[in-house]
Unconditional design. Structure first.
Length: 509
């Protein structure tokens, strides 16, 4: 049992453990065998340890032994329980805890005992009738920069039995603590034991006057933290207010997108745009847009994209929604590659730093280059259109040394090979090789040959004019039956993940 209430309900038995005339309760700590079989008795000690609850004031100190007897095991009736009396002191308190230690009763039993939970925590929860309800005072208003407001929590019902510290949690759509607002101060509001309905605690909340242009900032401030039997009135859980944008602040710019997905191909490019996020241009403002290699970038400038360093000028009178764009050319190659990336960064032009604000995270974008389907591909083909093999013979490139079907007769294998016919790899690509039955096939699978369904991988660095052979062996069964020549087909096909970059020539052997 993990918890109990200090006061039993009317349906429970009633015990007065300490003779003060008040009904008390108890908690049962029960143990059972989870595994093992006993051939002798084993005893466990159950002893209470003091926590925030005080022994013999909140509960009765208990130190007892529980014995599992010879013959008990994990599948039978093996539960042993210890009763710990809980004293109802009728004092309004915070939740209290104490612990129960489980250990071997004698040292020699420790070597054979594995106790899953050696310490059990018991929570003494106050009765629901001993509760306090609080709420934020009803406020809903508009605030400007360089203003301070007061946020207050008030006791609406009940009396505080133990000190309660509450926190005001601030949520905002874009505002940041320290730069846009300060507070609440103090951060914790504490009600002292004995305070009752009407008691109020307040904190200051200040809006910082800065020069950073932002859209209207909305705030939601709510009560967090629960101590003892604390309830927050659902009609006064939070307050909301807004801080309007300051139009005379500096210009705020951002990249319109933070990720650009581009495919290689003829006339391929990334159209990178800069937009005014808030404010207006009171005086001509310049920024610089550049491409660069970031810490994790893999694209190579001048090989995968054309480097850019271009100045953008926002002229007087432009405002929110105006956009200026730069075209970054993506260069075409014939390589099969992994996705490659580079960065586009927005910077203030020296001398114009005070005119523009570039919010962190909005001044840097990533361009992701993917292989195109027209030029970035490889061609794969079998190195022969037909392979002949004699049952049990050495033809076909695989030899004869294995009894594949366990009939005591030596079988053979046929070796089929595939190679790059065109293209260069800068990443691994895979194709599937499978035996199939066609209308023209006469050999029967798993009677004349053993079905094969596998993948072969051509690795990064391989190219059509180098050593790119990949092999697959197909077992051919020697069935000792007089037959004519028989045929079956081996099919080559691209895997799902590589079908966009793999072309198959002569897909059948």
């Amino acid at each position: 049992e993990e918890s109990t209430k200090e006061e039993r309900n009317a349906n429970d038995c009633c015990f007065d453990y300490n003779g003060d005339g008040v009904n008390d309760s108890d908690v049962m700590v029960c143990l059972e065998l989870a595994s093992g079989n006993l051939q002798r008795n084993i005893s466990l000690r159950v002893v209470t340890l003091e926590g925030t609850a005080i022994p013999n004031e909140d509960y009765i100190y208990t130190d007892v032994n529980l014995t599992f007897t010879s013959g008990q095991n994990a599948t039978g009736d093996n539960q042993q329980c210890a009763l710990i009396p809980i004293l109802n002191d009728n004092i309004l308190e915070c939740n209290e805890t104490f612990s129960v230690l489980l250990d071997a009763a004698v040292p020699e039993d420790r070597d054979v005992l594995n106790i899953t939970a050696q310490i059990i925590t018991v929570l003494l929860a106050e009765d629901n009738s001993d509760s306090v309800t609080v709420g934020l005072l009803p406020v809903n208003f508009s605030v400007s920069e360089n203003e301070t407001i007061q946020l207050c929590i008030q006791i609406l019902n009940g009396t505080v039995g133990c000190n309660m510290s509450l926190t005001l949690d601030v949520q905002s759509n874009i505002a940041k603590e320290g730069t846009d607002f300060i507070g609440p101060t103090p951060s914790n509001l504490t009600f002292i034991s004995g305070e009752t309905v009407g008691a109020t605690k307040c904190a200051d909340f200040s809006i910082v006057d800065d020069s950073i242009p932002q859209a209207e900032r909305n705030f939601n401030i709510s009560i967090t933290g629960t101590v003892g039997r604390l309830f927050v009135d659902p009609d006064s859980t939070s307050v909301e207010f807004s801080v309007p944008a300051e139009p005379d602040d500096a210009l705020s710019l951002k990249l319109s997108e933070l990720i650009y997905e581009v495919q290689e191909g003829l006339n391929s490019y990334a159209n990178v745009c800069v937009s005014i996020q808030s404010g207006y241009v009171a005086i001509e403002t310049r920024v610089l847009l550049i491409t660069q290699s970031g810490p994790t970038s893999t694209a190579v400038p001048s090989a995968d994209y054309q480097p850019v360093s271009q100045q953008l000028t926002f002229t007087e009178g432009l405002s929110f929604g105006n956009v200026m764009c730069v075209v970054v050319e993506i260069l075409q190659d014939a390589l099969v590659e992994n996705k490659e990336t580079f960065e586009v960064v927005l910077l203030p032009v020296p001398g114009d730093e005070f005119k523009v604000v570039l919010l962190p995270g909005d001044d840097r974008a990533v361009v992701v280059i993917s292989d195109g389907t027209l030029f970035n591909s490889v061609e794969i083909k079998p190195n022969t259109a037909m392979v002949s093999v004699t049952e049990g013979g050495n033809e076909g490139g695989g030899g004869s040394s294995t009894d594949y079907n366990g009939d005591g007769v030596t079988d053979s294998t046929v070796l089929v090979q595939f190679e790059l016919a065109n293209g260069i790899l800068e990443r691994n690509v895979s194709v599937r090789v499978a035996t199939v039955s066609s209308n023209a096939s006469t050999a029967e699978p798993n009677k004349d040959y053993i079905n094969v369904n596998t993948t072969i991988t051509f690795t990064s660095g391989q190219r059509y004019d180098g050593d790119s052979l990949q092999s697959v062996s197909v077992p051919v069964i020697n069935d000792n039956i007089l037959e004519g020549s028989e045929t079956f087909v081996i099919l080559l096909s691209p895997t799902l993940e590589d079908e966009a970059v793999v072309n198959i020539t002569d897909e059948l052997i």
